[in-house]
Structures are given as C-alpha cells and as structure tokens.
Write a protein of this length. Sequence first.
Length: 421
Amino acid sequence: RCSSTSAKPNLTDTITINNKTFKRDDYTNITDKIVCLAQKSLHTTPHHPISLVRQRIVNYFYKTFLNSRRNPLFSVYDNLSPIVSLAQNFDSLLIPENHPSRLKSDCYYINREYLLRAHTTAHQAELIRAGLDNFLIVGDVYRRDEIDSKHYPVFHQLDAVRLKTKDQLFSCENDLKLFDCDDTACIPGGPTKQRCHTFEAFKLMEHELKTTLVGLAKELFGNQVRYRWVDTSFPFTQPSWELEVYYNNEWLEILGCGIMMQSLLTNVGVNNRIGWAFGLGLERIAMCLFKIQDIRLFWSNDSGFLNQFKDDDLKSPIIYKPISQHPQCIHDISFWLPEDKTDSLSFCSNDFYDLVRNVAGDLVEQVLLVDQFTHPKSGKKSLCYRIIYRHMERTLTNAEVNEVHQLIECAASDQFGVTIR
Ligand code: FA5
Ligand code: MG
C-alpha cells in the first residue's frame, strides 16, 4: 500500500527555508508543506485580496497621521523575514517561559533557537531599539491549529506601534507628566493602568488608540459598523482590549491592542515615551469585506478567484462570487495509539492535522476528531478522525481520494507508530 515516500518525515539533519539552512533538533516540527508556504508573499502580491486589505489599512494610517511637514508619520515594514528567534517572538515581549503560546503543539519550530513567527509583534522591540516611534509591520504568521474554513496554518497580521513623548502628548505648555514613579514592575496583563503611568497620560493614550481603531473599522466596514470593546490580556500590553465588530449576525474579533508595558520600552533603552500598540488579522477582514467563505481560497492559483480582485479603485466594493462548489468526499480514519502514547502530551491532534496537511495539502477542507475510546481491559486508546475532502476548483474522483487517504494512513503508522483499525 505504501508506494510513495512523499509522506515520510524528512530525515536529513538540516532544513532549508527561504535559502537559509538550519540544524534540526528535538524541537523541529515544521513540515515541508509549511516551508513551501513560507515562500509566497500574498500580502505584497498585486491585486491579491490580502494585499488590498493591507493597502486600505496603510492608506488610512498615511492620511490620519501626518508630521509637521504634512508627510505620513508611520513607516511600513512588510518585508521582514518570518524566521525569528525565540528571543524575538517571546522574550522581547515579556512572554514568560511557561506561557502556553510557546508550546510545541502551537508553534512551528525550526529548532530550539528559531521558529516561524507566531505574530508580527515579534519585530516590535527591535524596531523600537532602532529608534522608530511610529511604524506598521505586515507579514505572514504561523500557528499550528485545527483544520476548517476559518483556520489555516499561515495567516497575515498587521501590527502598529505609536510612541509619544511628554511634549507630543500634552501639546500645550504645562506641568503634566507621563510618569508617576520609576516602578515599571507591574503584574503583566492586569486590567488596570500600569502603576508608573500618570492617569492623564494613560487616558490620553487610551483615547487616541481607541479613536484610531474605531476610525479604521469605519473606514473598512462603513460608518454604520457596530462594534464593542472587550477586556483581555497580553503579556506585552496593560491594559489590553479586543475590538469586535458585528458582522453576519455574530461578533467577530478583529484585533488585540493595549498600552505597551513600560518595562518592554525600558528594556530597549526608551525612558521618555509612552506607547500604544495593536495587532490585527488580515484574513478575517478580507473574508468579511469580500464575502470569501473559505480561507483556503487565499492560497488558490485559480484565475477565477484572483481575477475578481483586479480593480484599480481600492475603495470599490468587491463581493467575491464563489466558483461553483464541488462535492465533498468524506472518509474516516481510526487507529490505536501505541501503548506508550496514550496520554494527551505525547500525541496531540495538531500533530495529526499537520500530517494531513503535509500529505493532502489543500484537498482537505476539514478534519474533525469524531470519537475517542479506551479499551476497558487492555487500556489501549483508539481515535477516529473524519477527513472531509473537497477541491476548490474541480470534482475529486473516488480513486484519487482513496489514494490520498491511504497515504495518510501509511504516514500516520510510520510517523506515530499507530495501528490502523
Ligand atoms: C496577537 O497576535 C497579538 N500579538 C496582538 C497584539 C499586538 C496585541 C500588539 C497587543 C499589542 P491574537 O492572537 O489575538 O493576538 O491575534 C490578533 C488577531 O489576529 C486576532 O484578533 C485575529 O484578527 C487574528 N487571528 C488570530 N488567530 C487567527 C487565526 N487562526 N486565523 C485568522 N486570524 C487570526
Ligand atoms: Mg485574540
């Protein structure tokens, strides 16, 4: 049955991504499929819907924030390598060692030192250290996740940072201050303002951040958009909020934001400024704006998809017309876990989802865990996943789905030592 080797894990001891070569180690969990995706740059591909949303947001910032010579204040970084160190992605943002976002089950690690960035916030500290006060970062980000119409292992984010000095914040001459004390040690992610900030500095920053983001939501979704603020927490901002917009009868989270942790700024040598920051997801906005139902479409090379966005007027409304929906083809896969892997730590569903993506690519629309069962006598554990196959551009034949499904079975028994039932 196992005639193809394409599903086997790569056993060489190095891995090459975007012409850079890295040593594999016990942390490496990036798959060939993800290495391929890291070479596309959808957010800078002309007329691509992700790129259109980027342009609309960047233009909003260009026109909203001008310097004294009436030039745009914000600079844009959309070409930074997605390969970052753990120090960039986590440490520089005060993310603690034991934080769940560092788990191997959630990130694509290249090795113990490098990973594919899980958010564009990974570059924030280095750009501030380089002396920038107002900037946007746009790029592809990578997270291991479930498989369905709203989740894909790669998506795109846009981050912003704005730092202000005392004189920039309190424009008139007076004795207002940014800081009450030098104590930047706060419980990160708490719901109240940081102790070191004065109330008036904090309130003015919160006001500017929220007005900017509501203005952006209106620019994208129209003046009548319904929105709400939800309290949340991030290790790198305090307080922190999410902005949700009401769309298609549900509240949709479009971004996270907050007042930057002052210790993050002092760590990179900034002692006289207070900052706000946010990070938003471009796919979610594009899916709403253009009524795109399935996130895989962004990666399609089908001209029937891409040609619909070839409009030179950035603001003209585009509603994506689905290319005809082809039928689904559903197959279940059941297997016994090896006896030493019956706990949830040694086998996680994300490992299986990555294997499916690596073997079957975008032929798979969704994978669901439909059954788990532990044998009462032997203690052996069995899992059943349902794999829903559907091609975006044509009808799949039974024969080709059977072949791919068998490859998945072989790869699962090879890589995880499971026994297919
Ligand atoms: C972050 O990634 C923070 N770095 C954002 C941030 C930056 C907060 C700066 C404060 C200051 P979060 O994981 O919530 O947060 O993702 C931010 C946005 O990315 C979400 O609001 C959503 O729009 C988008 N997003 C997150 N996960 C996915 C996903 N799996 N698919 C598509 N979009 C996603
Ligand atoms: Mg969130």
